[in-house]
Write a protein that binds this ligand. Structure first.
Ligand code: AMP
Length: 113
């Protein structure tokens, strides 16, 4: 989508602090970290959010979780980490392009606020 900030990041039109990139997935540091380590993982193709995941596009979601596990292992998150996605404004989604927050480096409460 031409007006989507994460599509622009995926296309390299807006800079990001990249952690990982392949043909279908990009991971980069969040601009406003909510934990000592806060990385966003996105599909390069536009999916507006978790509610738009279907049998036709879900393969990239599985791949994103593989990448998240790889990043967690590489960065040594031995104390644990959290992967979360917000879907819709009431859940706190501010960017309407599917993304998963990979958070680590502090204690996390449950349930989330
Ligand atoms: P959400 O609120 O769940 O939609 O998450 C969107 C996230 O994107 C927030 O944590 C923002 O800090 C982050 N964000 C927005 N713009 C950028 C950007 N240009 N580079 C990195 N992170 C961003």
């Amino acid at each position: 989508m031409s007006d989507c900030i994460f599509c622009k990041i995926a296309a390299g039109e807006i800079p990001s602090n990249k952690v990982y990139e392949d043909e279908t997935v990009l991971a980069f540091y969040d601009l406003a970290p909510q934990a000592p380590t806060h990385i966003l993982l996105i599909p390069k193709t536009h999916i507006s959010g978790a509610s738009e995941i279907t049998a036709d596009n879900s393969a990239v979601v599985a791949h994103i979780f593989e990448v998240a596990a790889q990043i967690a292992a590489e960065k040594g998150f031995s104390d644990g980490f959290r992967v979360v996605t917000n879907n819709g404004a009431s859940a706190g989604q501010s960017v309407p392009h599917l993304h998963f927050h990979l958070l680590a480096g502090r204690e996390f409460g449950w349930p989330p606020g």
